[in-house]
Design a protein. Sequence first.
Length: 366
Amino acid sequence: MNSRKKVLWKIFISTLYLSAFTFGGGYVIVSLMKKKFVDELHWVEEKEMLDLVAIAQSSPGAIAINGAIVVGYKLAGIAGVLVSIIGTVIPPFVIIALLSVCYNAFRTNELVSQMLEGMQAGVGAVIASVTYEMGAGIVKEKDGISLLIMAGAFVACCVYCDYMWIAGCLTHMYEQERSRQMIYLQLFLSFLQVGMFSFGGGYAAMPLIQGQVVTGHHWLSMSEFTDLITISQMTPGPIAVNSATFVGIKIAGIPGALAATFGCILPSCIIVTVIAKLYLKYRSMEVLQGVLGSLRPAVVAMIASAGITILITAFWGNRDLIALAGTKWSLVVIFVVCMILLRKVKMNPIWVMVLAGVMKVGISLI
């Protein structure tokens, strides 16, 4: 019994540590997971680590959450899953909760406002860079069907601005009532959809979140959504979990944040636990990996569409104001500089976004 408690405690501390220092999410956590789970704790073999990353990446939800679930289940079954999830969620939940409470005060500050506006260009550059890397990999495969899926999904995202139908099913089946009882359910169901259909984690979740909180329910403006993505990138934890916490607190306080966050991670808890059980039993998931892998082209298209929307907001404010005369050229220049730093210098995306904000503040003071 004591040995089991020690294992659970180590799982909790390890996942808490990983989550607390995973800035930017996505592939950033892979190196941290390898160092902690393979090199330091020797919980996972090198070959198993590759399988873990494949499962985490090709399952719905964030890599951080999915990876913690796989390791937790491998070491301590369902109890390990629960402990690992709690450890992973606590840091982003607490930090985003504190930031969201102070958001209005920060946002109305002129320097902070300039900083966030500049960082929009940095976020757009980061998304453009990620889209290029992922899209280039698909193009190199020279698979006509994959290219067709990617192009079709991109057009669908840009034209219809409704990302849920690409994922496959759930639509809004409830009225937008603002009663205290209904808002918790709305938050839960909205982020349940985000968690269920965000294959590829990180940036892939952005168009789904945008479809729910901006287009669907109008909980956030496009400017607030861009700020949310910026804040999520600068703070530890997955983008989807950070977004759920931020939106939940803004709409319905701590209970709303709990409802949204629970909805966001619930699909991962169920699906990845089942996959982990099958993986540990059979060690071969080629058919499943093939099916989930076919979603990559659509994921790339959705990321690209979300990036374009953010850049439009940064350069012009919204789609209706797109005009050469109204272009914010300072942000265009910042975007180009950020792309060079990302593609040529290989600078850390977090520092690129911070630098973008600093450049905008500097320009405003000239």
